[in-house]
Design a protein around this ligand. Structure first.
Ligand SMILES: Cc1cc2nc3c(=O)[nH]c(=O)nc-3n(C[C@H](O)[C@H](O)[C@H](O)COP(=O)(O)OP(=O)(O)OC[C@H]3O[C@@H](n4cnc5c(N)ncnc54)[C@H](O)[C@@H]3O)c2cc1C
Length: 472
């Protein structure tokens, strides 16, 4: 990227001519300049909030003309620092929240078209209003935006059944680096006309284009559900139970979330109103949920599946949620784990995935390493076990000095990521690369893959203005 020198006064004048009030005063922007985990603090050239696709295109044309880097930002809930500008004072922060209309809901076609700045919850509600389900569900759904979900190919709690964001998307509208608009907003289930550009833009973390709208797949609304919290002796039991539940409930098995005792203890201690629903303490907990669009008795199906001889040999204790309130309590326990870890002190985080056959071996290897190398920390490895996706975190023990604890960060990361690589897993299962994992991608991605990614980046963003310093 060749940055043409441009004075601050000229930046302000030219952007105001394009956007008017869409150029934010510095007094309004402080929270937007720090990433979700507080790892990065940016200093932007300016912060702009376009109100239409035409305005996004005008900003990109302007930035392209001046060789100025553009950092798209959705709800700023990402975990890899992807939506934070660098400290140079030369990157433009582009907020998508002004593009927040649901453009179309087509219940008969099971599709919905939303602008990038709609929150995920807004999309879910628009689908529910016509008796449909948009199944993407994340702990951040009231603040993350659908554009950000596409840009990170977000996963979440229902991937086991419905897939990641890429699987839920039919088409995309995006503004390219030079301001041209890619109009790929079709709502077709089948379209084999050449390369799949929509798929390419999903997961590109703002480094190829700015997503301005998405056409999304809908499903029939949920008519029945059943939720259980299960106590287990060990992780192999969880993986065996997954296969039993899939055989018994088929695609009704929607969520399969694993938590260690450490996670349950932290959530019960640090988050008000959270408590362990089981009577005994167990080394491992599973939260699993069946859902169906037919009005069938899923409680009965779940009781039968969990009551089979094969399942009973694996389960130490189980509780079925009675009513919506208890179901919400079970989920609150699971969803409180990140907040509890934050409140408990420092947490060294990794978002990895391994094949299901390797989940137990992976956790065991990290557990033994942490016990030996990090006596002032404890492993809190939890997450979407049904997808082989674990948030492999190490929390500081009470009273530990946080700065001293951070010395473990590099050796722990190397051990975790080397172990993942040896098991043919991924060093970023659902949160992306952002700024945080640029070096890790270079280290673990095959050279041919990296070379192809650079060629794609060069083709779509020849002057390198799209989210510079992220991903590659
Ligand atoms: C409590 C909590 C729970 C979470 N749970 C999950 C989970 O279960 N699964 C999961 O996958 N993630 C989870 N996340 C992470 C985060 O919510 C997701 O990554 C989400 O998809 C980010 O959306 P956002 O709108 O906040 O994007 P941002 O954080 O604003 O941006 C993320 C990246 O996308 C780019 N971007 C944003 N919008 C656009 C756009 N319109 N066009 C082009 N690029 C864009 C940014 O430049 C950046 O690189 C969680 C976060 C929190 C705080």
């Amino acid at each position: 990227m060749s940055a043409t020198p441009i004075s601050a006064a000229r930046v302000e004048t030219e952007l105001r001519a394009l956007l008017g009030k869409g150029v934010l005063d510095s007094g309004q922007t402080a929270p937007l300049l720090v990433d979700q985990r507080g790892l990065y603090r940016g200093r932007p050239l300016a912060v702009v909030q376009p109100a239409s696709v035409a305005e996004v295109a005008a900003v990109l044309r302007w930035a392209h003309g001046h060789g100025i880097g553009v950092v798209p930002q959705g709800g700023n809930t990402g975990y890899c620092g992807g939506a934070t500008p660098d400290e140079s004072g030369r990157q433009l922060l582009l907020l998508l929240r002004g593009l927040n209309r649901i453009r179309e809901v087509d219940a008969e076609n099971f599709s919905l078209t939303a602008e990038a700045g709609c929150t995920l919850a807004q999309v879910q509600q628009a689908a529910a209003a016509v008796g449909r389900l948009f199944p993407l569900s994340l702990g951040s759904e009231h603040s993350c935006q659908i554009g950000g979900n596409l840009a990170t190919n977000a996963g979440g709690l229902n991937v086991l059944r419905y897939g990641m964001t890429r699987d839920l998307t039919l088409g995309v509208e995006a503004v390219l680096a030079d301001g041209r608009i890619y109009e790929g907003l079709n709502t077709l289930r089948k379209d084999n006309t050449g390369y799949d550009l929509t798929s390419l833009l999903i997961g590109s973390e703002g480094t190829l284009a700015v997503i301005t709208a998405a056409a999304l797949k809908l499903w029939p609304a949920t008519a029945a559900s059943a939720t259980a919290m299960i106590g287990l002796r060990d992780v192999p039991s969880a993986i065996q139970l997954l296969a039993l539940l899939q055989a018994a409930a088929s695609s009704r098995l929607t969520s399969f979330e694993l938590m260690p005792r450490t996670a349950v203890d932290l959530a019960s201690r640090y988050v008000d109103g959270v408590r362990d629903p089981l009577t005994l303490a167990h080394p491992w907990y599973l939260l699993c949920e069946l859902r169906s669009s037919a009005a069938e008795s899923l409680d009965e199906m779940l009781i039968q599946a969990l009551g089979s001889d094969a399942a009973q040999a694996l389960i130490a204790e189980a509780a079925l949620a009675v009513g919506e309130r208890q179901r919400a309590d079970f989920w609150r326990l699971r969803e409180s784990v990140p907040a509890a870890q934050r409140r408990a002190g420092a947490s060294l985080k990794h978002d990895i995935s391994v094949p299901l056959t390797a989940v137990a071996g992976f956790i065991d290897a990290v557990d033994r390493w942490v016990a030996q190398e990090i006596p002032d920390g404890m492993l809190v490895c939890y997450g979407h076990a049904g997808d082989g996706n674990l948030h492999c975190n190490v929390s500081s023990r009470p009273g530990v000095d946080l700065q001293t604890f951070r010395r473990h960060e590099e050796p722990l990361k190397r051990f975790v990521h080397d172990t993942v690589a040896s098991l043919h897993g991924s060093i970023s299962a659902e949160h992306g690369i952002g700024r945080l994992k640029v070096d890790e991608l270079q280290r673990y991605a095959p050279p041919v893959e990296l070379a192809l990614m650079r060629r794609i980046k060069q083709a779509l963003d020849p002057s390198g203005i799209m989210n510079p310093g992220k991903v590659l």
